[in-house]
Write a protein that binds this ligand. Sequence first.
Ligand SMILES: [Zn+2]
Length: 268
Amino acid sequence: MLDALKRWRRRRALERSAIPDDLWNEAVAALPFLGIYGEAERARLRELVVLFLGRKSIVGAGGHDVTPLQRVVIAIQACVPVLELEHSLDWYDDFESVVVYPGEFVPDWTWEDEAGVVHVNDGPLAGEAMPGGPVVLSWPDVEASADFEASGMNLVIHEFAHKLDMRDGDANGCPPLPASLDAREWKRVMSDAYEDFCARVDRDEDTAIDPYAADSPGEFFAVLSEVFFAAPAMLADAYPEVHRQFAAFYGQDPAGLAAAGSGVAGIN
Ligand SMILES: [Zn+2]
């Protein structure tokens, strides 16, 4: 009964809030990394985006008006990490809104972590995710990082990866893992890679991966998640073990898809 009700609600939400083809195609074209996905994955992603937009409000702040295209561009990138996760959008059920500023913003909030430490943000920030709170984004930074090849980053995936990580507390680089993954193995792989990466940054090596990843294990997970989806071969090459753990966690293998060339022709 419950399942039937859920299915009915889902169908109704999909029908009511369908995204027009032109808008969808324009948003997909703005995100070149989606080129790895074939028709079937794109169709599922589109459904998920409609459901995401039905559950979340994407609101402007600081005088910013969020356009329909901006809503879809943000929602697609929020949905990519949960596309193959069990309970997909439920991973995001601890917050209501995505707040979009017209530029970098200086947060005026403070928050207390599990250890009771009160954090005061001194900004300005391009993006922020808070445990149990909204995701906040600067639109120009979302726009600039839509193309990883040009910018070397993906802001939206970064912030939503933090939200996944925060499902079991602070962002510490270890999200709740499925039973199929061994938590000790995850921690070993991640801490070995983190140690190696920090040593490279300390030596001033020119790393392909954003050196900001050395900031903390939480940032390491978020930055490597960006790379996993938006420049998958780079992660598979730099940290193959991390890539394998991420593929098992996210239930996707973007590097494999990219190598197989299974994406939709004409969009890359
Ligand atoms: Zn971060």
